[in-house]
Write a protein that binds this ligand. Structure first.
Ligand code: NAP
Length: 438
């Protein structure tokens, strides 16, 4: 009997779920990986920093999965609009939601709606050529930028803002972002952490890279660092990251014109605009904090950080889908430890556990899902679910893209690359569809 599985979301979590299903059921599983974009690979394409190409090499593994006889890529299909989850549950034995967490968590402070305040999903999507953010206006004319959050996304955003055009040009950053950044006036970047260096969730490589930028110099206030002997209690990887921060605290500034200032023990309290400045963000007000039981507590001491751009890198939320339970307090779908929302419907990756971990962290999720599916659905209901989906989408006039279409987009992007760059991303869905001929 054939087992039919629909995976929604062609990012890492989706591909690892497909891989695990193939390992478990071999040729008896037929898998459709459905994505709202005509292109696969989710966060690898539009989230991983464009200057971190080695991480993107994992797409070759996903490509191998997709080239297998039993796996289809069904692109340009928005579940919830073009087809409902209830319809998919009627066709397939199992539906796996691997839709990630694409929405920015709100900062929730006065002024966070002023022009100039954006979330990292938008900013990262913009420089990575995600079609949703092709028209984002990123204000780059002020000398200051504030980046809220002490995770790797904050470091990615700071690095992209700090790099020179030659440093950026050899990546697959979207051309519109290179064009805008080539006129950027940003000189002083502030990374705001509400807690301290020991509590930051930067990883070693990402923190260390900030010490090797052409025109910006990382600065850590020595007084923000705990006594050296306190590092002994840290996990070794984290200790190395903190060692980079200690190095930044001691380094000579040299003649680099820009700064990346680690503002530890500062929590954002308001964004203020200039009077008569058209309401645009002009400064971020932060309050000095101290740690109490590991939590940041405000001291009442306020500082103003001059900036025309505020990027909130404070986490993400999964979106809602009609017919799927949602836990607003978690910002994702409620599910058990194996990703089961209810028998037949599952969540994996960030949609299951929230926005944390590396790309590889999604791999065990795939195996957990498959265990849950296997214990829930037995031999399945059989039939050709893919043909049922195709008929439904055709009746609604949905222009689906398949993996061969993606390969044409891929080839066009590689052919159109700037010298030294791996590809030039197409950033409009219409341009992608034109290349595919779909
Ligand atoms: P993250 O590591 O969870 O960092 C989020 C940061 O936001 C934390 O410092 C948190 O502070 C802070 N924060 C949350 N709410 C806040 C608020 N209201 N005000 C001020 N600060 C607030 O998440 P992320 O940077 O978004 O990254 C998501 C995941 O992707 C992580 O696992 C990350 O490692 C991974 N990632 C990896 C790479 C890479 O490997 N190169 C690149 C990008 C992302 P508290 O700690 O005080 O809560």
């Amino acid at each position: 009997m054939t087992l039919n599985i629909a995976i929604i979301g062609a990012g890492p979590a989706g591909y690892y779920a497909a891989e695990a299903a193939l390992k478990h059921w071999g040729g008896t599983a037929r898998i459709d990986i459905i994505d709202r974009l005509p292109t696969p690979y989710g966060l690898i394409r539009a989230g991983v920093a464009p200057d971190h190409q080695s991480i993107k090499a994992v797409t070759r593994r996903y490509e191998a999965t997709n080239l297998g006889a039993n796996v289809r890529f069904v692109g340009n299909v928005l579940v919830g609009r073009d087809v409902s989850v209830a319809e998919l549950l009627g066709l397939y034995d199992a539906v796996v939601l691997s839709v990630g967490a694409p929405h920015d968590k709100p900062i929730g402070i006065p002024g966070d709606d002023l022009p100039g305040v954006i979330g990292s999903a938008a900013f990262v999507g913009w420089y990575n050529g995600h079609p949703d953010f092709a028209d984002l206006q990123v204000p780059l004319s002020h000398h200051g930028a504030a980046i809220i959050g002490n995770g790797n996304v904050a470091i990615d955003c700071a690095r992209i803002l700090a790099k020179t055009v030659p440093e950026l040009a050899v990546s697959d950053i979207a051309q519109h972002a290179v064009d805008a950044l080539s006129h950027s006036a940003i000189r002083d970047i502030h990374i705001i952490g509400r807690r301290g260096p020991h509590q930051a969730s930067f990883t070693t490589k990402e923190a260390g890279e900030l010490g090797h930028l052409e025109r910006a110099h990382p600065i850590v206030r020595p007084g923000d660092l705990p006594p050296l002997e306190a590092d002994a209690a840290l996990e070794p990887g984290h200790r190395k990251m903190v060692t980079h921060l200690r190095g930044f605290a001691q380094a000579e500034r040299g003649d680099k014109p820009g700064t990346i200032n680690f503002e530890f023990f500062r929590r954002p309290v308001a964004v203020e605009g200039a009077k008569g400045g058209g309401g645009k963000a002009e400064r971020l007000i932060v309050e000095t904090t101290r740690l109490e039981d590991g939590k940041a507590v405000g001291t009442g001491e306020l500082h103003a950080i001059p900036c025309g751009l505020v990027i909130a890198c404070i986490g993400y939320r999964t979106g809602t889908i009609d017919g799927v339970p949602y836990a607003p307090e978690l910002g994702r779908f409620p599910c058990d430890d194996n990703g089961r929302i209810f028998p037949g419907l599952y969540a994996s990756g960030w949609a299951r556990r929230g926005p944390s971990g590396t790309i590889g962290t999604n791999r065990p999720d795939g195996f957990a899902i498959v265990d849950a599916i296997a214990s829930d659905i037995g031999v399945g209901k059989g039939g050709d679910a893919g043909a049922g989906l195709d008929a439904l989408l055709a009746s609604r006039g949905v222009g689906v893209t398949d993996f061969a279409h993606w390969q044409r987009i891929d080839a066009a992007e590689i052919a159109g690359a700037r010298p030294g760059a791996p590809r030039e991303k197409l950033v409009r869905v219409a341009d992608m569809l034109a290349v595919t001929g779909a």
